[in-house]
Design a protein around this ligand. Structure first.
Ligand SMILES: [Zn+2]
Length: 413
């Protein structure tokens, strides 16, 4: 096994795909995807399988008090490891690569080195972090956030999910409330391989993304209260219609993002009306606004403009509007040296590579707070993700995992 500037280092693609398939069958849904919402029974079974693989590889398994699972090799080596990893939870309509790839490629790197009889200069670790998706509990990236000390354990455990269950209850329910302390030990470095979940790499015909940073994310939940009334008898001028208010906010968000330009994006992904009937002016609306930008100043401006619009709307329409921040993450820059290494390794291997920003949040951005961190992206066909149709070509999986392997080899020494 050569470790310097070599293109001869390869993971076992069939073994990687075999594990991806096996994991995808846990919580399988129609179309080849998976539903393993955080801290559900399907998530437990996915974790159990991961722990099984860690043990098969002779790795030391650690489960912390927020349910993050890590394995370290060689076991007993207490020095800060080069850590790989991602998440095993999915959205309700998840694909088979989002998250799983980063975890299973980490296993593959370890096993490849073991098979080659190579003992790295530093320990290697592979982690799966709790509730990355934020589909059941907010904020997203909760486990890695707690790991790095960005959210206290009591606050994390008290988060209430979409089904009314708290993180603490759900975690205990699946038996993954571990004993290891949080915040967790600081790794030597952290690297996450992930599918792009966007169209850029495919559009450019490039198989490797060297991710230089992650967009800042601001999630706001708005609760609008007006006056329920008869759709036929209540004159337009007398209405206090939270359904209209929600629609006006959704339109404003889109117009604002187009006007601000640059990398500004905004999404209204959820609107719930009550009573939600054809002939009733609704009494209440609950909605979410997701704002993102790689530029912290522009992101802050978009939040201010949203706040100003909501205040003026409430005044004009006679609505009560309560606003709650449910996620607030600044833009992140990854370690420049690691990013440059990813580019160089890909180039040495004859792979097309593009430096890019991530539009989605990832566990690596939390580790970037405490240690040198970076991400490797591989293409998502059609830019499709959070969908059973999510797909990455086998040779692209191989390319990404091989770059991960080479990077870890160089960084672990
Ligand atoms: Zn993911």
């Amino acid at each position: 096994l050569q470790t310097e500037g070599s293109a001869d280092v390869h993971i076992d693609l069939n073994r990687l795909i075999g594990r991806l398939d096996e994991l995808a069958r846990i919580g399988a849904i129609e179309g080849g995807g998976s539903c393993r919402l955080a801290l559900t029974d399907a998530d437990r079974r996915g974790r159990d399988r991961f722990v099984g693989w860690l043990r098969e590889l002779g790795m030391a398994v650690r489960v912390d008090r927020i349910g993050n699972v890590t394995g370290t090799w060689p076991p007993g080596d207490e020095r800060p490891p080069v850590m790989m990893g991602s998440h095993l939870d999915t959205v309700a309509t998840g694909g088979r690569f989002d998250g799983a790839l980063g975890v299973l490629a980490g296993l593959e790197v370890v096993q490849t080195l073991q098979d080659a009889g190579h003992r790295p200069g530093r320990p290697l670790a592979v982690g799966a972090f709790t509730n990355e998706e934020g589909a059941r509990f907010q904020p997203d990236m909760l486990g890695s956030l707690v790991w790095v000390g960005g959210l206290s354990l009591p606050d994390a455990l008290a988060q209430v999910g979409t089904d009314g269950c708290t993180v603490g209850e759900a975690l205990a329910g699946i038996g993954y409330a571990g004993e290891a302390q949080v915040p967790g030990p600081t790794p030597h470095a952290f690297v996450e391989l992930h599918v792009e979940q966007g169209p850029i790499l495919e559009e450019q015909g490039v198989d490797i993304g060297a991710v230089a940073g992650v967009q800042g994310i601001a999630w706001t939940e708005l609760h609008l209260v007006g006056e329920s009334n008869h759709a036929g008898t209540c004159p337009m001028r007398l209405r206090h219609d939270p359904g209209y208010g929600a629609a006006a906010i959704a339109t404003f968000v889109r117009d604002m993002c187009l006007r601000l330009g640059g990398g500004q994006v905004g999404t209204v992904g959820r609107i719930e009306l009550h009573p939600n009937l054809i002939n009733v002016v609704p009494a209440e609306a609950t909605m979410t606004v997701d704002l993102r930008n790689t530029d912290a100043v522009m992101l802050a401006q978009s939040r201010r403009e949203l706040g100003d619009f909501v205040a003026a709307l409430a005044e004009r329409e006679g609505l009560e509007i309560a606003s709650r921040t449910v996620a607030d993450f600044d833009p992140v820059e990854f370690d420049p040296e690691l990013v440059a290494r990813i580019e160089r390794i890909a180039e040495d291997r004859g792979q097309g590579v593009r430096r890019m920003a991530s539009g989605a949040g990832h566990d690596a951005q939390m580790f970037a707070r405490v240690c040198p961190s970076a991400m490797i992206f591989v293409p998502s066909r059609g830019g499709i993700s959070h969908n059973p149709a999510e797909f990455t070509e086998p040779h692209q999986l191989q390319a990404g995992a091989d770059v991960l392997l080479q990077l870890v080899l160089e960084f672990a020494g």
